[in-house]
Design a protein around this ligand. Sequence first.
Ligand code: SF4
Length: 232
Amino acid sequence: MDSRTSLPLLFDDKVSEGGGTQNNISQNNISQNNISQNNISQDKISETKTAELQKLALKVDACKKCLLCNDRKNAVLGEGAISPELLIVGEAPGFFEDQQKRPFVGRSGKLLDHLIETCLNMKREDLYIANVVKCRPKDNRTPTKIEINSCLVYLNKQVELLNPKLILTLGNTAFRALVDTDLGITKARNNLYSYRNITLVPTFHPSAALRGGKSVVDLMEVDFKKVRSILG
Ligand code: SF4
């Protein structure tokens, strides 16, 4: 007999003997049992998610669905926590990301890390970071609609597996890939949106802040703090 059926029987026996202390012990056993069962199911969910993400990484590594596969050194799926509250979505890997097979590791990544730490009070490993396109467009050009549409299936699978509470998009390309609009970030950032029933907050791409200076960084800080307050 497994422990889920034996514990309630033990509890019933002691009720008939009028043993209050024994009842408490049995109740404690039930709570302990529920905690272990929950831990086991959480472990199982984490194992499954990790395996699914690994499978997805292999698919992306082998993907030849668009011409971006010709110039990549590495496809970059993304990285981070497997059950994050926040998913950050950028445009595409750049030179350093393509070299290191990691998202946001160049100068833009340093600014992103700074905003994550100072405005979200989080570390990059507490959330998940990905791009709408997994291979680097040559000379860091903006990916085409065809490339974005070919690649979006992978981000959609990540959204399904990670099931974040909120998505933060960086820059026009990521925002317009997930929200059907022509609005630019300057106007769009005043509102909240939704992608697959998940709240979406748009902000600038860190590279725009590196070009635009403090005024853009200030606006990004406002948006990151908005994310912090929505997450609670
Ligand atoms: S960008 Fe996406 S769709 Fe295109 S080859 Fe890379 S992984 Fe495949």
